[in-house]
Design a protein around this ligand. Structure first.
Ligand code: BGO
Length: 297
C-alpha cells in the first residue's frame, strides 16, 4: 500500500538523523513554494511505496514563524496518512507540547521517543505503555543515532496508516462548551476530524485561520470566557496543555535519583555564575582573538 508519512518534531529532537536513516540516499531537498524554508522529501529505503516528508523543526502549530505556518498548512491541506512525531525523550515535557497539538489534527500519530541511549545512560525510565494509553496513540522508544527501534516504528506506522483517527481532546468541560459554540461557526466543508483544531484556532484568535475560513464570529463567546478565567484565550489554551502534560509526565517519567550534579550541571554552575560569568566570557573572547591573530591567523 502506498502512503505518506510526515516527520514532525522540535528542533534538535533528532529528526534529520531519523530522516537520513529512513531514506538513505533516496531523498530530495528543495524549498517550500514561495519561502526560504527547506523542504526535504524521500522514500523509505526498504519500501519505496512509503513517502516521507521531513517538516521543519517546530515547537508549536501557531502562526508565529514561517516554519510553523509551512508545517501546519502541509498537515491540514496535503494528504498525510500518518504523522511520525519524533520526541526528545531527555526533554519529554517540552517536546510533548507539540504532540498535544498534533493529536488534535485528526491524523493518525505515532510518537517515537528518541535518545533512548541518553535515557539508558542516565538510568531514567519512561513507561511507554502508560504514555501510549494516556496520549491515545502508539509510543515507541528509538535511538535515531544508534539505529535502534526504527523497524518497529515503521511497522507501527504501516499499521496506523490504515486507520481513522479521532482527535484527542484534553480540555475541561467549561472550555469544551466554548469550543463547541465556536465549532458551530465553521463551514460545513471542514471535515469532522479537523473541527476541534479549527475551533481552538478560532478561540485563540488566530488571524491566519480566521482569514482562511472567512467567517463572522460572535467574539463575545471568547471574551466572556476570558473574563471568567481572568486570562487571554491563547494563555488559557497554553496553560491547559501544560497542565495536561505535567500530569502525564508525572505518571510516566521515572527520573533516577542522582547523587550530586552531572558534569554538564557543574560546568553550567561555573560559567553562569553571577560573578564569574563575565570574566570567563572576556577570557574566552581574548583567547579566541589572540589565537586567531597570532598562531592560526
Ligand atoms: C549533533 N541519541 C543521541 N545521543 N544523539 C542523537 C540521537 C540519539 O538517538 N538522535 C539524534 N541525536 P538532528 P533535528 C551533535 O549534531 O537530527 C543527535 O534538529 C554535534 N553536531 O547527532 O540534527 C544528533 O533535525 C556535536 O547531534 O536534530 C545531533 O531535529 C556534538 O542530536 C542532535 C554533539 O539531531 C540533533 C551532537 C556537530
Amino acid at each position: 500500500m502506498k502512503f505518506q508519512i510526515a516527520l514532525v518534531g522540535n528542533p534538535n529532537s533528532g529528526k534529520t538523523t531519523l530522516f537520513n536513516t529512513l531514506t538513505g540516499s533516496n531523498q530530495f531537498v528543495g524549498n517550500w513554494p514561495g519561502v526560504t524554508v527547506e523542504k526535504k522529501e524521500g522514500k523509505y529505503k526498504k519500501d519505496k511505496s512509503i513517502g516521507i516528508t521531513d517538516l521543519p523543526g517546530i515547537y508549536s502549530l501557531s502562526p508565529y514563524t514561517l516554519e510553523e505556518v509551512v508545517s501546519r498548512e502541509y498537515l491540514l491541506n496535503e494528504k498525510v496518512d500518518v504523522i511520525l512525531n519524533i520526541v526528545d525523550g531527555s526533554n519529554l515535557e517540552r517536546n510533548l507540547y507539540l504532540t498535544t497539538q498534533l493529536l488534535e489534527l485528526g491524523i493518525p500519530v505515532v510518537v517515537a521517543v528518541n535518545m533512548l541511549d541518553v535515557l539508558e545512560r542516565r538510568q531514567d525510565k519512561i513507561d511507554y505503555t502508560e504514555l501510549s494509553k494516556l496520549l491515545g496513540c502508539p509510543v515507541l522508544p528509538i535511538s535515531a543515532l544508534k539505529n535502534k527501534g526504527i523497524e518497529e516504528v515503521i511497522a507501527t506506522v504501516k499499521m496506523m496508516a490504515k486507520q481513522k483517527n479521532e482527535p484527542k481532546n484534553i480540555y475541561e468541560d467549561s472550555l469544551n462548551q466554548v469550543l463547541n459554540q465556536l465549532t458551530a461557526f465553521l463551514p460545513k466543508s471542514i471535515e469532522a476530524s479537523q473541527r476541534l483544531f479549527y475551533s481552538i484556532k478560532l478561540f485563540e484568535r488566530d488571524s491566519q485561520i480566521r482569514n482562511y475560513l472567512n467567517i463572522d464570529l460572535d467574539e463575545d463567546i471568547i471574551a466572556k470566557y476570558e473574563q471568567q478565567m481572568e486570562d487571554d484565550s491563547e494563555s488559557i489554551i497554553t496553560d491547559a496543555r501544560y497542565m495536561y502534560i505535567s500530569k502525564v509526565v508525572s505518571k510516566v517519567y521515572n527520573r533516577r535519583h542522582r547523587e550530586g550534579l552531572s558534569t554538564s550541571d557543574k560546568i553550567d554552575r561555573i560559567v553562569t555564575n553571577r560573578i564569574l560569568a563575565l570574566p570567563i566570557f572576556a577570557l574566552v573572547m581574548y583567547i579566541v582573538y589572540y589565537v586567531s591573530v597570532t598562531s592560526v591567523g
